[in-house]
Design a protein. Structure first.
Length: 440
């Protein structure tokens, strides 16, 4: 058989499913189809990698059969490759790791991938290609993995409401050291980011540096709003869309400022409506991102689901490489905007330091530099530096996922702010607050 014929055979429906988990709100069906371009982890003439895939979901860990001597393995429909996980919480993530099987020693990790299933449509079959990475910075190339995934819910509206609550903590027990090594790598990766070390501090520091361009991009957006820059798509008829100059965000900010000056008692309502407006704008752009795999669920779709109790989306067909070029161009444009602001801030800092040196009298003998003391301080404070960076990066990730609508909390916060804004307008909140303070 040719390679294409073998791949076509692997794409056929699985004949043996492994049912795991004790959840009762839905199921996620996962099939490991293939891997491509895996590195050779074995040493010897004619000896190649013996790959298998481990999967972790909530409090369950499973693994596929081992395929010996294969850098491009294909798992056939009759082998152990298909798993049905019973879902406890809709925000749970799926973690996969590819390993080189070793009967004598521990299994050698090749790469891992984490799948966030929050934005997958229900009762939709996905054939997904993911790049495998062993480096936390994802700068290495460890091949790719192909999986087939489908999510189904008993009651999609109840599952979505449950997503507004924090997920429980899951614990997994294993019966031997080799299985524990597999589990730890799938969940944490090669570097234990929770244990203080120079390597973990470097990774956290590099992650913080990536947020610098995000900050510069936000500054560019703020400048554009203040200078009344912006364009909007206007639909003419049923199919014609025209892009015209209309700074809608600047108009909204100007209107809010005028109302706040004329009616100071409306400032709380403006505050709540402002948060809702920004979140809805982010959702609008996120749900219409050119690359379909990076889109979030739209505000309207989530509301229809909560009202009707089920998804009303039509069948979705995504061709390979859909929107890739448009997404790359958009990311390039955003990067140019961020770098423009970054250069401006750097030049402003340079000018400020030059002015300070000119107008400040300094004495060379007044400065003492002791590099050994600095090194001793860093060595003794590594734990505190690590903990500070870890918590800072954790909160920044939560904030990033929140504004990108990668979870369900963004919808909950937006809805609450809208309700509070309308409540402040419709109800006599001034009287309520006055009597509340009098009673207290």
């Amino acid at each position: 058989m040719t390679q294409q014929e073998v791949y076509d055979e692997a794409l056929k429906p699985s004949k043996k499913w492994v049912n795991v988990g004790n959840g009762d709100i839905g199921k996620v069906h996962v099939e490991i189809i293939a891997c491509n371009d895996l590195p050779n982890m074995d040493i010897g003439v004619g000896d190649f990698t013996d790959p298998f895939v481990g999967l972790v979901f909530e409090d369950n860990m499973v693994r596929t059969d081992v395929i010996h001597d294969a850098l491009d393995p294909r798992w056939m429909p009759w082998c152990t490759r298909a798993f049905c996980f019973n879902i406890n919480h809709p925000s749970s993530i799926l973690m996969l790791g590819v390993f080189d099987y070793d009967a004598a020693t521990t299994h050698d990790p090749i790469g891992r991938v984490i799948v966030n299933m929050a934005n997958f449509q229900s009762d939709t079959c996905y054939l997904l290609h993911y790049a495998l990475h062993d480096d936390p910075k994802q700068e290495d190339d460890q091949g790719t993995i192909i999986i087939r995934l489908r999510v189904e819910w008993k009651n999609e509206a109840d599952a979505r409401k449950l997503a507004f609550k924090l997920p429980p903590r899951f614990l997994i027990n294993v019966d031997n050291q080799k299985a524990f090594g597999v589990l730890r790598y799938i969940c944490r990766g090669r570097v234990n980011m929770e244990q203080p070390s120079v390597e973990s501090v470097k990774f956290y520091a590099n992650e913080l540096m990536t947020y610098g361009l995000v900050y510069c991009y936000l500054v560019d957006v703020a400048i554009g709003v203040l200078l009344w820059r912006g364009r909007a798509n206007v639909r003419l008829g049923f199919a014609t869309v025209v892009n015209i100059w209309f700074p809608i965000h600047s108009v909204a900010l100007f209107t809010a400022a005028v109302v706040a000056i004329e009616r100071p008692d409306m400032i709380p309502a403006i505050f709540f409506f402002g948060i809702s407006y920004m979140m809805l704008v982010l959702n609008y752009h996120g749900s219409r991102y050119p690359y379909p795999w990076n889109r979030c669920k739209s505000w309207q779709e989530t509301n229809k689901l909560l009202v009707l109790g089920r998804s009303v989306h039509p069948p979705i067909y995504i061709e390979p490489y859909t929107g890739v070029d448009e997404a790359m161009e958009l990311e390039k444009l955003d990067r140019v905007k961020a770098e423009r602001v970054s250069r401006f801030l750097w030049d402003a800092k340079t000018v400020g330091l030059k002015v300070k040196r000119i107008y400040t009298k300094t004495s060379v003998t007044g400065h003492a530099i002791d590099t050994k003391e600095d090194e001793r301080w860093f060595a003794g404070s590594l734990y505190y530096v690590h903990m500070a960076l870890m918590y800072l990066c954790t909160y920044l990730r939560v904030w990033r996922n929140f504004v990108n609508w990668k979870g369900y909390y963004a919808h909950k916060m937006t809805l609450k702010c809208l309700i509070l804004g309308f409540a402040w307008i419709l109800l006599p909140m001034n009287t309520v607050l006055v009597w509340t303070f009098r009673i207290l």
